[in-house]
Design a protein around this ligand. Sequence first.
Ligand code: HEM
Length: 505
Amino acid sequence: PPSNNFKQDANAALSTEVPLDSDLGRLTTGSGGPVQNNQASMTVGDTGPILLQDINLIDKLAHFGRERIPDRVVHAKGAGAHGYFEVTKDISHLTCAKFLGKVGKRTPMFARFSVVSVERGSPDTVRNPRGFALKFYTEEGNYDMVGNNTPIFFIRDPILFPDFVHTQKPDPRTNMANPDMQWDFLSHVPESMHELMLLFSERGLPDGYRHMHGYSSHTYKFINDEGVAHYFKWHFRTNQGIKNLSVEKAAELQVSDPDYSTRDLFESIERGEYPSWTAYIQVMTEEEALNYKYDVFDVTKVISQKDFPLQEVGRFVLNRNPENYFAEVEQAAFSPANMVPGIAPSPDRILQGRLIIYQDTQSHRMGPNYQQLPINRPLVPVLNQQRDGRMCFTNNGGRLPNYQPNSFGGPSEDPRVREVDMQSAVKGYAGRHTIKVTEADFEQPRKMFSIMSKSEQQYLIDNFAGALSLAQPVFQRKIVPHLKRIDSDYGSRIEAILKQKNADY
Ligand code: HEM
């Protein structure tokens, strides 16, 4: 049974099983047999062919040939670290989530930061959003906060996600990035202009993973002990301060230090400089959320901090590097569906889509028992009727009944756990309801542009125009009207640069 010291349990569960500093014992094959010689294959004489009975060679090559698992289809390049979350302010009136229940309470956690659309071997310092995924090993199971370093997103219906990602990945014919695909898609999705403005601002090139904020982006739901619900968003503000790379420095690092952000995180933790973030929430009553001037379930929109100020909740500190990248980072499986009592989804469509895709893709990436892997398994016992599947390495439920209801007992349901209640948000006919583009989609980027300094505006305009100029003029001409609708100065200045660069604009 788990003890009350969750941090210690987590450390024990995740620590390496190989004693690195003592007698390491004999070199073995995968099945544990001793290896006589691991440096030379077994041959007939000095120059003869290799024998089929060289079991060690065959074992070694066969395992090597199976080393790769599928990369994450997005967020493939990333870095992770262990740490803890500590509650600094009491929010037990908002949520019954036990890990948030008491000031001073600590929960072990694991974080993974990533670059969104690039491949696993790509440089860290490209202009791209960054993933910001946190796994909290709580006494009520794992809670995953799977966010980004931007408070908004490009699209607001999950049915467009595969199309969007296809345009960010290599062209199916040439296997090269294709600006035409990228800008063609975006021109049809004007709600993406808000996130694009952030992406082409200085925040689009964070200086490593330690110097960026993180956001849930979505609105989620808190439920307290009385069953009262509030909607909220997470904000994690870096205590290292925001730092961004210049365009020139980012380009230089792509060549000189492609793993720059990974190295920065790893080396700072090795030096004992533990990065930390302060956790805040924006909270609304159900009524406030449903009556807000913007749709709080539309992830292309922010909620003004003037209307709903940030409230501190706690902080997290990353203080331990993984012992093994593949075991702890590559095999880490975060999912927005991993919630604990007291935290529930909202009707945000993108979030709803995300609730089903992560477990599905992780079963494909690692097999159906990936939640048994040390980095993913919760600190509490997992007791249910799920059984078997490839690579089950627990006792598989032992002799307990693998069905329910039954006459023999086994793990019991807990009717006190509050299920989601959405009565106030759910109404209307079932069907494919398009979210129409309205003036509201242009107001928030207009506001963002207006509060930028002159030099920030110039940076944005130069970088946006530079990227857009790589597409054919036909696509440039489709994007510019959206930019002008945000702000005529913004759109016209980008258009002027495009005309300069392309005679046939
Ligand atoms: C990773 C799908 C939107 C944040 C992934 C993965 C998939 C996926 C399939 C790979 C998971 C794995 O192999 O472990 C989707 C879909 C989306 C969506 C279908 C929209 C409908 C978002 C949004 C955010 C986000 C809006 C942030 C607010 C992340 C992060 C990871 C990830 C941080 C990497 C997690 C890690 O470090 O392992 N997503 N995603 N995604 N996604 Fe999404």
